[in-house]
Ligand binder design. Structure first.
Ligand code: GTP
Ligand code: MG
Ligand code: ZN
Length: 331
């Protein structure tokens, strides 16, 4: 049977029916899309659709042409408006400058944020600082060539000077690596100005364990965010407590900030021993000096890295995290 052309009314009725279905085959037909191609930015993912922000600031729920694969918060795209209000179809992904991702349970790649220029590792005082987690994010940041800062959060929970001493001791290797540490508390409005100036004009992502206080920091940085989260959850049908998908926000003083879901354990992409060594900059002065050129810095004789630890030139904790990563990558 020959294909019949639909009347506008029929097409509209059909598109209403289709709006609950999200497969590529159910995308609005070409005739229902505006021919004008526009630029937009992915705000968040939900189901198989994404919420994008158009250049004028309006948000659109968009389907994605299948050949594009998945999109991440921060991606820049070309899209066309659909017939239904505030809907559209993404037809093109613009070049991704950077992508932070992590391996998922089944070995698939889970995208965290795209086009980022800074990673904010949120480390809470309570339940405690986990240097291994910091090192894992530092490695991931090195892998994609993006600088990091450490956001020492919930400092309202520090009561005694001794507690500060213990914290400083844990953080000393990062101070020595010239990584900026920003103490913050969204409860006590502490360090937020400093954080805001670090994030200004960057596209940053906040990462860290679940409950580290990432979303609370974003709430504190963006005064009318409560309202915007309401708008977002209305548009996506998602709740707004534990973060389940990365979401991009615009900072009032400039810059884009991506909130990401907390993880129990973060893993960078697996890499070789010699690559991993390069990401530990505190090992740098000693690399290539061990007796064996494939020295894993564990049991080998004449290992310059273990000597450096004995001489307190490198922290033992850093070598431990290095070994744990190496073991994970090779098992
Ligand atoms: N004491 C203290 N508690 C805080 C602070 N910021 C957040 N919290 C608490 O920490 C808990 C987790 O905060 P969230 O902001 O939801 O943490 P998150 O990192 O976004 O967590 P996920 O979305 O699960 O990754 C909440 O109970 C907050 O009330 C702070 O500055 N000080
Ligand atoms: Mg959150
Ligand atoms: Zn060695």
């Amino acid at each position: 049977m020959a294909k019949r052309k639909l009347s506008t009314q029929q097409a509209r009725r059909l598109s209403k029916k289709r709006s609950s279905i999200v497969d590529e085959k159910d995308l609005a037909s070409e005739a229902e899309l505006s021919t004008e191609k526009k630029i937009g930015q992915v705000i968040t993912n939900f189901g198989k659709k994404v919420l994008i922000e158009a250049e004028n600031g309006d948000k659109y729920k968009c389907s994605i042409r299948q050949h594009l694969g998945k999109l991440a918060a921060g991606d820049r795209v070309v899209w066309q408006q659909g017939m239904e209000p505030f809907t559209g179809v993404i037809s093109q992904l613009q070049e991704r400058k950077t992508l932070l991702s992590r391996p998922g349970f089944r070995g698939e790649i889970r995208m965290i944020a795209a086009n980022i220029s800074l990673i904010g590792i949120v480390v809470p005082i309570l339940p405690g600082i986990h240097p291994d987690m910091i090192d894992r994010y530092l490695v991931a940041a090195e892998q994609i060539g993006v600088p990091s800062v450490i956001i020492l959060n919930k400092i309202d929970l520090i009561e005694e000077d001794e507690h500060w001493n213990a914290i400083n001791e844990i953080l000393q290797p990062y101070i020595d690596l010239n990584i900026k540490i920003i103490p913050t508390s969204s409860y006590k409005d502490h360090g937020l100005d400093d954080l805001q100036s670090q994030l200004k004009d960057e596209t940053s992502v906040l990462v860290g364990a679940s409950g580290a206080g990432k979303s609370s920091l974003i709430n504190a940085l963006i005064p009318d965010l409560g309202i915007r989260i309401g708008e977002l959850s209305e548009a996506t049908g998602l709740g707004n407590h534990t973060t389940s998908n990365s979401i991009l926000y615009r900072l009032p003083r400039g810059g884009e900030l991506i909130d990401s879901p907390g993880v129990r354990q973060f893993s960078p992409s697996p890499c070789s021993l010699s690559e991993l060594e390069q990401f530990y900059h505190d090992f740098e002065p000693f690399l290539g000096l061990c007796k064996f050129n494939n020295c894993s810095h564990t049991h080998e004789p004449n290992c310059e890295i273990t000597k450096a630890i004995d001489n307190e030139q490198v922290s033992a904790q850093r070598l431990q995290s290095f070994h744990r990563l190496l073991e994970e990558f090779t098992s």
